[in-house]
Design a protein around this ligand. Structure first.
Ligand SMILES: [Zn+2]
Length: 629
């Protein structure tokens, strides 16, 4: 079986060429992406522990050329822009560090030192960014740290800019609820989200015109050490003002927008506005394809409107968590208003159409942006898409069921696949027709129909090959970076098999910030229900350093925990250090080791603890996606 990527077909090439003709003709963003450049980040390579490369833009040098047949011309354009890396001056004393990671880090110069905003994903990347800043602006100490929101690409590199000890002496600001959301987002569905994020960001794809060319918000994600330093100063309301090292900041809380805890920051003395990830130079996600709760575009638009009202006329420069800045008050207002209208348009039109009886997939095909929005580069579907965002809005209001009872009780994929393949005359007959569809350029249909053949018989090599070829052409034709990555990862999995997941879900720094209740919640969803049916367990858990008590019971196939309580007649009591608890559940240490080192002790029937741990199931970080699990 050929495993190498295939070239674009004539159909895909023609489609990409004609897409080039329909792109907006004016492009001021190239100038904006270079404006204020103080120093290029070159070579744009960051090494991690043991010489491991955690960031490298060099493999993207191919983006210098003209758009090839295998990449949508608009996505190619974005790749050229997002690989620009360096230190940029936005206003006197305001600096952007771009191209060190998926996200941006910002530095504001104060009286004694600097306030750092959003220290990237990993400590190594954040250190590299700070080093370049200091090389050109002097060795100023960090006198304040600000997190704009609870996503890892905005806090994970914290230890790369300050030590935990330094953090005790300086203000670390974040929107209310930051810590809870930063640690809880990945507790329940973390493994599956990470698995799908591997598809979405395409980290394992080769960087090439046939592979990964970017990730929409930036080139890709850095692969260094994820850390978390908790905030010590909460922003609790809009209008709150804080001065850190002489830098005056006025905050606008924007909870429930792009992230559950998020805020915009205005610097009135410099007329600079930070809009976090509430606006980007791309359509953002109402629902990220890696999986998450659906966001609320109505609330999002409302806060963008409030930002215009509060700060629009008081700002000469705008910066955000990704992409390049925007200059001039009038253009900032226009930009924010169009971003606002982008999300509310998708929301309102989806609701209008669903109230006429259209379902998610139908609405997704029906909605088109008004020309006044569609003609802007920053509304383009590089990250979010009209298709998946409108389906997400339908899902937010209506759920998975479209009301048609034929869809109320469908067979699951494998059972469905067997029946379809049989009714359609068998695998051979389907593949013959599908090859004709492929020749006609109907890759979307090929992907749908051959998927059934693969699910009915994952060993059918011809089906896998044809499916991979169809997904690949869909990837080549996608303007959306994350769609491209999903399609190409799917093709890769069909050709080469499953290759695991590059990202870990729970770094120790993040895990240590979970409450004991959250740790026990996470344990409860690992309980293998059927195996637990016949078990009846009562164990008191005494966690030390810090001290906490929880009563745990397994009954009815459910693990229930109650903080502060005691079981009436516990089978056993477990006394365990907090850190040991994390290690036990992460399987970094077993009961025997912990008991030996005195960090875990069992009073009563010790076998009952083993019984409980034996009922826990392990998540699968490398589950199959384009083939049956
Ligand atoms: Zn971000």
């Amino acid at each position: 079986m050929s495993q190498a990527p295939r070239p674009a077909t004539g159909r895909t090439a023609a489609q990409n060429r004609s897409a080039a003709d329909s792109l907006p003709t004016e492009d001021a963003e190239l100038e904006e992406a270079h404006r204020g450049l103080v120093a290029e980040f070159h070579p744009a390579v960051v090494a991690g522990r043991e010489g491991r490369v955690v960031w490298d833009l060099e493999p993207y040098d191919f983006l210098d050329g003209e758009a090839p047949d295998t990449v949508h011309p608009s996505l190619w354009r974005l790749g050229k822009l997002t690989r620009i890396a360096g230190l940029f001056e936005l206003a006197s004393g305001y600096y952007q560090l771009r191209g060190f990671d998926l996200s941006n880090m910002h530095v504001v110069e104060g009286r004694e030192g600097i306030v750092v905003i959003d220290p990237l994903i990993s400590a190594e990347a954040a250190t590299a960014a700070l080093d370049l800043y200091r090389e050109h602006r002097g060795d100023r100490p960090v006198t304040g740290l600000v997190y704009t929101h609870s996503h890892v690409d905005h806090f994970g590199g914290a230890r790369g800019v300050i030590s935990p000890e330094e953090a005790e002496r300086i203000p670390v600001l974040a929107p209310a609820g930051f810590l809870h959301h930063a640690v809880s987002e990945n507790v329940f569905a973390g493994t599956a989200m990470a698995r799908r994020a591997g598809y979405m960001y395409g980290a394992q794809l080769e960087r090439s015109p046939n592979g990964q060319v970017g990730a929409g918000l930036g080139q890709t994600t850095s692969l260094g050490t994820i850390t978390l330093i908790p905030p010590n100063l909460d922003v609790v309301e809009t209008g709150q003002e804080e001065t850190v090292d002489g830098v005056r900041m006025v905050f606008q809380l924007t909870p429930g927008t792009e992230a559950p805890a998020e805020m915009n920051i205005h610097f009135p003395d410099a007329r600079v506005l930070c809009v976090a990830d509430n606006a980007a130079r791309a359509m953002h996600n109402i629902l990220t394809p890696r999986g998450a709760l659906v966001r609320d575009p109505r609330v999002w638009a409302k806060y963008l409107d409030q930002a215009v009202e509060l700060f629009g006329e008081e700002s000469d420069v705008l910066f955000s968590g990704h992409h390049w800045p925007c200059w001039e008050s009038e253009r900032i207002v226009d930009y924010l208003e169009k971003q606002r209208d982008l999300y509310i348009y998708l929301h309102d039109q989806t609701l209008r159409l669903l109230n006429q009886g259209l379902t998610g997939p139908e609405i997704a095909e029906r909605i088109e942006l008004p020309p006044s929005l569609a003609s802007e580069w920053h509304t383009r579907e590089y990250y979010g898409s009209i298709s998946h965002n409108t389906k997400a809005i339908y899902q937010r209001y209506m759920g998975w069921f479209d009301g048609n009872p034929a869809h109320l009780w469908e067979h699951p994929p494998v059972e469905q696949a067997h029946r379809y393949v049989e009714f359609m005359g068998g695998a051979e007959a389907i593949l013959e027709k599908a090859r004709a569809s492929f020749a006609d350029g109907d890759y979307r249909w090929v992907a749908e129909v051959v998927n059934r053949v693969v699910f009915a018989d994952p060993d059918n090599r011809e089906a896998r090959q044809l499916q991979a070829d169809a997904l690949e052409q869909l990837g080549y034709g996608a303007e959306n970076a994350t769609w491209r990555n999903f399609f190409l990862m799917g093709a890769r999995e069909l050709r080469e098999g499953i290759s695991g997941t590059p990202t870990a879900t729970a770094p120790p720094d993040v895990l240590a910030r979970l409450t004991v209740s959250q740790v026990l919640d996470a344990m409860a969803i690992r309980l293998d229900g059927p195996r637990a049916w016949g078990h009846d367990l009562r164990i008191d858990w005494r966690v030390t350093e810090p001290d906490e008590e929880h009563a745990i019971a397994v009954r009815n196939g459910v693990l229930r925990h109650r903080p502060g309580g005691h079981e009436e007649q516990p089978d056993a009591a477990l006394i365990i250090e907090r850190e040991a608890l994390d290690q036990l559940l992460l399987q970094l240490a077993d009961v025997g080791e912990l008991a030996e080192s005195g960090r875990l002790r069992v009073e009563g029937d010790a076998a009952r603890l083993g019984e409980l741990l034996g009922l826990l199931d392990d998540p699968d970080p490398g589950f199959a996606i384009v083939t049956p699990e």
